[in-house]
Design a protein around this ligand. Structure first.
Ligand code: ATP
Length: 318
């Protein structure tokens, strides 16, 4: 029986990390397990920066964006000696298990710790929805809402001024944020890694569009060298003023929405139950509305699912 577990958040922060933290703490205590928090992800494990936490201390954190136990990029964790120190620190405190909330890099760190005798379970925390084993990651839903609100606002002013807006979302190589936001907001043009458009293709679509005034060109990050240059070409070809808006880190912030909170609480509770059952080296997924676990080493090798179906739906709807 596990007596003490620690929780960390790592990689890019996302709405819902605090919700997950609170839910793991509550579930652990309800199962007579003492929870600890680790500050700044794997860096805190190495620096022995962790402490015991109570239900009272997490009572209100689910209303906050970001992560109250902080996150860090700590590439040094790939070094075996650094990980050995982290494992020593955990063992000295009698902590046998770790809940790791983050993206696929965080999962790789967890898999390495499993090999060194620490029980681990991953929770998918990233706005990008780029973990192939799960239909939804924690943070995706809220980030999508933030993007939707931003595009709606841009649409208001662009309609008034007869403008085209080139809008860039996050995604880290995964088009889910952009594709879903394009469907919701009716973006006239969509370009994602799964179906990348040339500037000429964008212009052709804009010229053929039924929209009379405002038009949105929605693109995922890391796809084009210079969006301003693309906007200039669009403006020249369409004779319509064209502006670029990079949504950037605004997408990462904010309080998790209600659906996100519900999904996250249930996922986190499931994670604690799976640890108690003896699962380790796995991460929690939601697939067809059901929770399940899958080995982390399999997850990080998985290919991205095809986006053909949802892209066809976008084509039919917009
Ligand atoms: P996001 O998708 O938001 O970027 P992420 O979890 O993928 O989140 P990364 O920075 O890739 O973010 O990884 C988080 C941390 O996990 C790293 O800073 C590092 O401490 C640890 N990590 C990543 N890859 C490995 C690895 N191969 N071995 C050990 N630790 C790793």
């Amino acid at each position: 029986m596990i007596k003490k577990i620690a929780i960390l958040t790592s990689g890019g922060d996302c709405p819902g990390m605090n919700v997950a933290l609170k839910a793991v703490v509550n579930s652990a205590i309800n199962n007579n397990i003492e929870p600890y928090v680790v500050f700044e992800g794997y860096k805190g494990l190495y620096e022995n920066n962790f402490e015991k936490i109570s239900k009272e201390e997490v009572k209100f954190i689910d209303r906050k964006g970001g992560t109250v136990i902080y996150s860090a990029r700590f590439p040094q964790f790939a070094d075996l000696d650094i990980r050995k120190k982290a494992v020593e620190n955990l063992k000295a405190e009698g902590i046998e298990a770790l809940v790791c909330i983050g993206g696929d890099g965080t999962y790789k760190g967890a898999a390495r710790l499993t090999e060194m005798g620490i029980k681990t379970i991953g929770l998918p925390g990233t706005i990008d929805n780029d973990i192939s084993s799960t239909d939804f990651t924690i943070g995706f839903n809220t980030a999508l809402e933030t993007i939707t609100n931003a595009i709606d606002n841009l649409r208001d002013t662009s309609e008034s001024h007869n403008r085209i807006n080139v809008v860039e979302t996050m995604g880290h190589g995964c088009g889910d944020l952009a594709i879903n936001a394009a469907i919701i907001t009716g973006a006239e043009v969509l370009s994602v890694p799964e179906r990348k458009l040339t500037t000429k293709q964008m212009i052709d679509k804009l010229l053929a569009s039924d929209s009379k005034r405002s038009k949105i060109v929605l693109v995922s990050e890391l796809m084009y060298d210079d969006l301003n240059k693309i906007a200039e070409e669009i403006e020249r070809a369409t004779k319509q003023e064209t502006k670029v808006t990079i949504l950037g880190h605004i997408q990462r912030g904010g309080r998790a929405n209600a659906i996100e909170r519900l999904l996250t609480i249930r996922m986190a509770n499931y994670a604690v139950k799976m640890l108690i059952k003896g699962k380790t080296g796995v991460a929690v997924n939601i697939v067809n509305n059901k929770f399940q676990t899958k080995p982390i080493l399999d997850i990080v090798k998985m290919e991205r699912p095809s986006k053909q179906k949802i892209l066809s739906e976008y084509d039919e709807i917009v």
